[in-house]
Design a protein around this ligand. Structure first.
Ligand code: MG
Length: 239
């Protein structure tokens, strides 16, 4: 019996990449540096999650390193202004995927506890959920930057299970990263589901379920897992 469903946030519920890519392009006036931004972000977010630097220090150091990669050696005041403009742009452009809210509605109607497990660096992730109007759906939100470790570390999944007061084997976790989300959850004793929105890859021999949209989650929960008896009629499920 599955009693709880956890979901990743960025690129699972929220179209993070589109907003973030647009914000970077708006900051530098070109759209070809996204891979460099992703690389620099990975390095700096890891330091923030480990507690070496706080969120605001991280994002300014990241932008400084990124601009240096672009060949722009600017003074710190200008870098701070550029980064603050990028963040403001980002905060105005977040949006959920079209399948996110219907899925959350279905999960709640079906009687599941709902958790979020995110590798974000801090409390601003809660602000994002509130701003998008989806914070109310979650019984718990576990943020890597707040506990000092991120997915795929089993500690973050165990933290969510403890906060939900549900054993890991009764929890499904869904996320867009095969390694961090689906395999990480599986290795932590949960049921891992890979949300492969690009529908382009094979999970191989990793023993995780694969869906290509959140519309498919209710059907998977009903067909592959035993859902709670309060499950709603099919016509009320995700469209
Ligand atoms: Mg994600």
């Amino acid at each position: 019996m599955i009693r709880a469903v956890c979901l990743d946030i960025d690129d699972t519920l929220v179209d993070f990449a589109t907003s973030a890519r647009s914000a970077v392009a708006a900051m530098i006036g070109r759209d070809d540096m996204w891979p460099a931004w992703e690389r620099v972000t990975e390095e700096h977010v890891a330091r923030a999650i480990a507690g070496e630097i706080d969120y605001d220090t991280m994002r300014r150091a990241r932008t400084k390193a990124f601009l240096a990669d672009c060949g722009a050696l600017l003074d710190d005041d200008l870098i701070v202004r550029m980064e603050d403009r990028r963040l403001a742009f980002l905060n105005q452009t977040w949006r959920t995927f079209d399948d996110a809210v219907p899925c959350l509605e279905w999960l709640r109607s079906a009687g599941f506890l709902i958790g979020a497990i995110t590798n974000s660096t801090g409390a601003h992730q809660r602000d994002k959920l509130a701003r998008l109007g989806i914070a109310e759906y979650f019984d718990t939100v576990v943020i890597a930057g707040e506990i000092g470790c991120g997915k795929p570390d089993p500690v973050i999944f165990a933290t969510a299970a403890k906060q939900l007061d549900v054993p890991p084997e009764q929890i499904v976790h869904v996320g867009d990263r095969l390694d961090l989300d689906a395999v990480g959850a599986r290795d932590a004793g949960m049921h891992g589901i890979w949300l492969d929105r690009a529908a382009g890859a094979e999970p191989g021999e990793r023993a995780v379920h694969v869906i290509t949209s959140l519309e498919a989650l209710p059907k998977l929960l009903v067909s592959e897992f035993r859902t709670p008896p309060t499950v709603v009629p099919s016509q009320q499920r995700c469209r």
